[in-house]
Design a protein around this ligand. Structure first.
Ligand SMILES: O=C(O)CCC(=O)C(=O)O
Length: 261
């Protein structure tokens, strides 16, 4: 991966205030091509990493095909996910001394009978006591509203942590949000060319509309957590096999330090 991506203090403040930021041309064309080729290889190698919720035609897979921790089996994805270039942006945005990898995942919104990724927060699904974890959502295709670019509600990360909503049942998170905050609901769409990305706080409300085009919308997401985040015991596909102890920090080889400053 190429060298450090410059972000200004104003951009860090924007992220801190709004809970998200959009960054253009983060990947070089060669880096983008490398990840796209890795996605082709993932497709050829089948479904080992797929989060299975129901069968091939399940509602979940109409929202997106999700493949978790590709970095464990695909060298070029490992290079990307562990690269200091992206991790250091996460560290600076979150104003952390050190960030660890939580996990990576591919989210592919297929064309056809496509569903929205409904409004939700991420942190309620993660087994973490503390806040602060954040995602880098890297576009591998040009994205716009019609194929499911990300959308965010500015400042919604300051509304608190709600219950995890069921994306498949079209349960609305807004039923959980109190009135004063609900009136501040002004989503901001994030169209951008491939190789650009957004970062969002695990508490920020986000959404992606159905893919109404005839091509897949591919995104590579890397999730980082400030060092010291502790395990809260919630079941999760990443932590279930390793049985962490409740209250202990998520550390070790599975959650390596990826940027320190
Ligand atoms: O890519 C999508 O459709 C949704 C992404 C998302 O929810 C996330 O990255 O947390």
């Amino acid at each position: 991966m190429s060298s450090e991506y410059a972000i200004s203090e104003d951009q860090i403040e924007f992220y801190q205030l709004n809970g998200y930021i959009q960054l253009f041309d983060v990947l070089t064309p060669a880096e983008l091509e490398q990840i796209r080729s890795a996605f082709d290889e993932v497709n050829e190698r089948g479904n080992d990493h797929r989060v299975r919720v129901g069968d091939e035609n399940s509602t979940y897979e109409k929202i997106f095909i999700q493949k978790v921790n590709l970095c464990r089996d695909f060298e070029s994805i490992k290079q990307y996910v562990l690269s200091p270039k992206i991790a250091s942006i996460a560290r600076r945005l979150s104003r952390s001394k050190r960030v660890r990898l939580w996990h990576d995942h591919a989210l592919i919104k297929l064309p056809g009978d496509s569903r929205a990724s409904d409004w939700h927060q991420d942190l309620p699904y993660w087994p973490m006591v503390e806040t602060g974890a954040l995602s880098c959502w890297m576009a591998l295709d040009d994205v716009f509203i019609e194929n499911g670019c990300m959308q965010f509600v500015p400042k919604s990360h300051s509304w608190g942590k709600f219950e995890p909503i069921n994306l498949v049942d079209a349960q609305s998170i807004f039923d959980l949000v109190p009135e004063p905050e609900k009136k501040d609901f002004t989503p901001v769409p994030m169209p951008m060319p491939a190789g650009s990305c957004t970062f969002h706080n695990g508490l920020t409300f986000h959404y992606a509309s159905p893919n109404q085009t005839d091509k897949p919308r591919r995104a590579m997401i890397t999730i980082y957590m400030p060092d010291g985040i502790t395990y809260n015991g919630r079941p999760h596909v990443v932590t279930d096999p390793i049985h962490p102890i409740i209250g202990e920090p998520l550390t070790g080889d599975m959650f390596p330090v990826v940027s320190e400053g």
